[in-house]
Every structure is written in structure tokens, then in C-alpha cells.
Ligand binder design. Sequence first.
Ligand code: GSY
Length: 167
Amino acid sequence: MIYIGIGANLGDREKTLQKATGILNAKPEIAVVAASAVYETAPIGVTDQPYFLNAVLQVHTSLSARSLLNCLLAIESKFGRIRETRWGPRTLDLDILLYGDAIIDQPGLQVPHPHLHERAFVLAPLCDLKPDLKHPVLGQSIQFLTESLGMDLSVRKIEGLNLIIEK
Ligand code: GSY
């Protein structure tokens, strides 16, 4: 199973997450099968920027990891995303977190996502979807990794806000 992290901290963040999920699901080669709750999260990296909305999507796809990445980059640029500042604000961020059990280390494509195990804004929503899933490199479950971060006040689930999945 494939997991994609989705985030936004500029503009109408909720609308962006919803629209991007719809665009992804409208691709014939991709099916979004589940979406986590949406979390409001404190920015990591450059901290002097707006809070993010983050969620995780579970998808099926016939695309290779590289083709999926290219597809995600094309969707990001539709939302006016320019990869200027590495840790800076963005209208939309789409990251491949896990591509089944694949371990990939190529230019521009690292799977599992190299920061997956240390980011509450990824682990908390992923844990909603698949707590028992094992990290392919570390061998530890997503629940274990989430709990290892301790109580994290930087992420807050937004009750009642769910991404709608329509084909
Ligand atoms: O790597 C994803 C972009 N990003 C985020 C994010 O999505 N959420 C939070 N909370 N902080 C972030 N810093 C960066 S860079």
C-alpha cells in the first residue's frame, strides 16, 4: 500500500487539501482509498511561518514510484508551488511517504520518506490509518514510532474536518 503526505500552509488550506485529493483521485492510474483526519500542525524547519494543515492519503496506483512522484510534482505546480525555500511556506506539499515495502534512494526520490519516523505531522495521521504498519527500514510499527515521540503538542486533530473521496 502507498501512503502520501499532503500539507498546506498558505491560502485556503482546507480547500487546497480537498482539491488536490480530488485531482489525484481523478487520475485514471490512481485511486485514493482512504484519508486520515486533518491535523493543524506547527511548522517544522522554518518556524516563523503559518501553521500547516496536514493529512495522509492511502492510494492504489499502477504508477512506478518515480512516475507517481512526477505526478505529485505536477499537481503541486498547479497550485502555484515553486520549490524556492527548502523549509519555507507552501500552497501545497505532496510527499510519497511509503511505497509498499520499497526502499528507494535515488536523486530526488527517497522512500520511505527520510523524515517520516521523526515528524508528528506525518506519524499522527498515518497512525490513524495504519497503526500496525511496519516501517520498511526501521522495522518498527507506526504506532510505536508515534508513541516514541512522546506527547506532542505541535499537532492537533481538527474534529469534523474530513477529506471527501469521490471518483
Ligand atoms: O515536508 C512537508 C512540508 N513541511 C511541513 C508540513 O507539512 N507540516 C509542518 N507542520 N511543518 C512543515 N515543514 C515543512 S518543510
